[in-house]
Design a protein around this ligand. Sequence first.
Ligand code: FES
Length: 171
Amino acid sequence: MAPDATVAGRQGPVIRLDKIAPGTQQTVISENEPVFVRHLTPAQRDEAREQIAAENLYNPLARNANLSAGLLAHQDTRMVAGHAIVIVTGRCTRRGCVPILDSGDFDGWFCPCCAAHYDVLGRIRKGIAPRNLAIPRYRVLSDHQVRLLPHGAGPNRHKIDDLLFGPSDRG
Ligand code: FES
C-alpha cells in the first residue's frame, strides 16, 4: 500500500478534504496506521442513508472516537459533519489487515484475508470481522481541513468497545 503524500506534523497529519474527489479515497499514515479518508459520491450517500438500520448491524455502535460512546452507527455519526467524507482506520477489525476500497458486497471495503464486507460508512455487514472500522480522533480546522489527532489525545473509545465486546475475534 502506498500512502498519499500528506504532511504529518507532531499533532498528526492535516488532510485537505477539498483535494479528495468524490468517489476516491486518500490514504494517510497516522501513528504508523493507515487511515482512509473517503469522499462519497451522491449515490453512495443515498446508499448509506437507505441501508440497514444501525440497530440491526452486527456492531451497532458508531465507534467514533470524536463522539460519545454508545451512539449508533449511521450517516450522522460515521461521517465528518457537513461533508460527504468518511474517515476510518484502515485496519480490518478481525486481524488488522488493510481492506480494499470499492470491493465487497456493499461498495465499501473488503478484507480478502477474512472475507469481511464493510459498507460505505465502514460498518461491518458480512463476514466474521466483529466491529465497524474505527473512526480515529480528528479536529476540524476549517471548511476544508481536518487534522488527525494522536490516539492518546483523549478518551480511547475503542478500549471501551473492548470492554463491552471482548477481543476483536467474533469467529
Ligand atoms: S483481518 Fe486478515 S483478518 Fe480481515
